[in-house]
Ligand binder design. Structure first.
Ligand code: HEC
Length: 87
């Protein structure tokens, strides 16, 4: 019985890590697709900003004409703040 629980816990752990990996991958492809429409993807990639600064940049891109909804703004801001943080 005890080993059954550890197997269940292990399977749960695997499922959670796959779910996280998939969403990080989705965030990256969303960012690369949406943020390379007007300028190169290197433009954001060469910057380092705080989460608040990334948020205002992404919102400014939205008013520049980027086709992103509020959910996508949130996902892209989170991705940028994690991968291109201000040092
Ligand atoms: C509709 C066209 C368009 C799209 C789509 C777009 N941008 Fe921009 N971007 C611009 C323009 C125009 C500028 C220069 C003027 C400005 O800074 O607002 C710019 C400048 C920038 C800069 C340099 C200025 C700064 O504040 O550091 C960054 C970084 C940037 N964009 C990031 C992004 C990200 C991240 C996305 C995806 C959410 C994105 N852009 C999508 C038009 C766009």
């Amino acid at each position: 019985m005890k080993s059954l629980w550890s197997i269940a816990a292990f399977v749960f752990f695997l499922a959670v890590s796959f779910a996280c990996a998939a969403s990080a991958e989705e965030a990256r492809s969303l960012f690369e697709k949406k943020c390379s429409a007007c300028h190169g993807i290197d433009r954001p990639k060469s910057k380092a900003k705080t989460p608040a600064e990334w948020r205002s940049t992404v919102l400014r891109m939205k008013s520049n004409g980027a086709a992103i909804n509020d959910d996508q703004v949130r996902i892209i801001v989170e991705y940028l703040a994690t991968n291109y943080p201000k040092k």
